[in-house]
Design a protein around this ligand. Structure first.
Ligand code: F6P
Length: 558
């Protein structure tokens, strides 16, 4: 069946398809297999289950898979028409069926500029026009030619945005800190006034540029922060309304709202409804990145992503990194019942990657209704979480090692660190490699007993300690190793995750590009805000919500 641009193959009957059932049977054979046995049987396992993309290595050998597993998974991918759907996305078909939109973040990094059509119009001239505008603007600001109201050059940039208008550029700026040369870039997202107050306190209005980043330009948190900032700016004795133009720019798809806010549309960087918020860092939403590291580096980021786009489009499934990662994720989520998956970057510059991927993955595939409006009868998006290594080792890894749940992990590391402290680099690398080994290997009773005996522990003590010090292991991991974290390798890795999410959405027959689930909370918050401002309850609530509201109002009065 063909549905508004995406080829649907299921009516929530996915679990009854032969491809799915094959995997059910295969899972019966695999569920008690220990990876250590797979490695013992196959000395070439590492080379057979690892791939190189440019300077990036993916080692997926530490998974509970065999060649048969991958064949069954690729068969499912073929049956769910991953290829056809991928091509539909790149062609600009309206695969976001609930909003009637194309999904074309890939056009933003289409460096060859080949035409990409939406509604009979090539979008590439607009993409290039905005990139040129970004180039001219960043050059001016970075060179000091762009002056603040008092004639001084800009030293600080503040991106005011939330969700996709914050997480992507913030994460990339942190990741590319070693490439930053001139400006300081800050991010304000939370409507909790503490964040904006603390930030403004340290800024000089004469030398600060504010970027109001919002796809819709209606997001309450962003508009509130932007209004507060505007007031703060105008409260300085020597500023006037006309100075706003030198200190505020907007990034949005909504020029009317930008104009209404008081920002000249000449200072607006545009993007389009076919760019999802969580896929928008490649668009003008990346302006803070370009200001921070320069437009050339921003282009390198786009080029890295484009290289991964081509890989995703052209490689057969068995050497296609996003497809492999997606299908391994399906294997654990749908057949082993894994509820979550951890992202563990062993690179301080990637510390915001888990938060970024939380949105990218969970806002995309956290759905229980498929594209055709049917309730799914299978699990969809997993809980994505994580933190930077090594810190996590001293916090939650205990649960990974000895807890009751299967939690697949992605370890991400870079070989050549931007830090020149060699001893630190070596310790970090050793721990990353050791953790993947320990999670898989575990430690059986025999090994534990021997170790305790060698440590001189008394026999009866050994028996007491044995169950606590034995690890089953068999926790799967992917290792994604970059030679170095550069704009290009980062771009490739982020595009890899985007395409992984896309493939999983296709397998589950989801629309990965809407997010209706977040709307209800926003609507209810507007009602409750009215009540808080009025100081009384005005709408029908349950007793808990009513109780909380009254408690808040009463305590506030006191
Ligand atoms: O509420 C969720 C969301 O719509 C995200 O999808 C989006 O990235 C974020 O809010 C911010 O939206 P905007 O860029 O329109 O301000």
């Amino acid at each position: 069946m063909r549905l508004a641009g995406l080829i649907s193959n299921t009516k929530s009957t996915l679990v009854h398809t032969p491809a799915w059932q094959r995997l059910v049977v295969h899972h019966n054979d695999m569920q008690h297999v220990h990876m250590m046995d797979l490695f013992d049987k196959n000395p070439d396992r590492f080379s057979e289950f690892s791939l190189q993309f440019e300077s990036m290595l993916l080692d997926y050998s530490k998974n509970i898979i065999t060649h048969d597993t991958m064949d069954h998974l690729f068969y499912l991918a073929r049956k769910q028409r991953v290829k056809e759907n991928r091509d539909a996305m790149f062609r600009g078909e309206k695969i976001n069926n609930t909003e009637g939109r194309a999904v074309l973040h890939t056009a933003l990094r289409n460096r060859s500029g080949h035409p990409v059509m939406v509604d009979g119009k090539d979008v590439m001239p607009d993409v290039l026009r905005v990139l040129n505008k970004m180039q001219a603007f960043t050059d001016k600001v970075r060179s000091g030619e762009w002056k603040g109201y008092s004639g001084k050059a800009i030293t600080d940039v503040v991106n005011i945005g939330i969700g996709g208008s914050d997480l992507g550029p913030n994460m990339v700026c942190r990741a590319l800190t070693p490439y930053a040369d001139r400006l300081k870039v800050h991010f304000v997202s939370n409507v909790d006034g503490t964040q904006i107050e603390n930030r403004l306190m340290h800024l000089n209005p004469e030398t600060t540029l504010f970027i109001v980043a919002s796809k819709t330009f209606t997001t309450q948190e962003t508009i509130t922060n932007a209004n507060t900032t505007r007031k703060w700016f105008l409260a300085h004795a020597d500023t006037t309304e006309k100075d706003i133009a030198r200190h505020f720019v907007a990034i949005s798809t909504n020029s009317d709202a930008v104009r209404k806010f008081g920002i000249d549309v000449a200072n607006m960087f545009e993007f389009w409804d076919w760019v999802g918020g969580r896929y928008s860092l490649w668009s003008a939403i990346g302006l803070s990145i370009a200001l921070y590291v320069g437009m050339d580096r921003f282009i390198e980021l786009l080029e890295g992503a484009e290289a991964m786009d081509k890989h995703f489009q052209n490689e057969p499934f068995d050497t296609n990194i996003p497809v492999i990662l997606a299908m391994i994720g399906i294997w654990y989520g749908n057949f082993f019942g894994a509820e979550s998956s951890a992202i563990l970057p062993y690179d301080h510059h990637l510390r915001l990657l888990p938060a970024y991927l939380e949105q990218a993955d969970m806002e995309s595939n956290g759905k229980s209704v498929d594209r055709d409006g049917n309730h799914t009868t299978y699990s969809t998006g997993k809980v994505i979480w994580g933190t930077e290594g090594i810190n996590g080792q001293h916090a939650f890894y205990q649960l990974l090692h000895q807890g009751t749940r299967l939690i697949p992990t992605d370890f991400i590391a870079s070989i050549r660190s931007h830090s020149c402290l060699e001893e630190h680099c070596n310790i970090l690398a050793a721990n990353f490699i050791a953790q993947t080994e320990a999670l898989m290997r575990g430690r059986n009773m025999k090994e534990t007993r021997l170790q305790l005996r060698n440590a001189g522990v008394e026999l009866d003590e050994i028996e007491k300690h044995l169950p606590h010090m034995t690890f089953y292991g068999n926790q799967p991991s992917n290792s994604i190793v970059l030679e170095q974290l550069t704009p290009r390798s980062l771009g490739s890795m982020l595009a890899m995750y985007e395409h992984k999410i896309f493939v999983q959405g296709v397998i589950w027959n989801l629309n990965s590009y809407d997010q209706w689930g977040v709307e209800l909370g926003k609507k209810l918050a507007r009602n409750i805000l009215d009540e808080i401002e009025e100081g009384r309850s005005m709408y029908q609530h349950d007793s808990s919500t009513e109780g909380l509201l009254h408690w808040f109002l009463e305590k506030r009065e006191n």
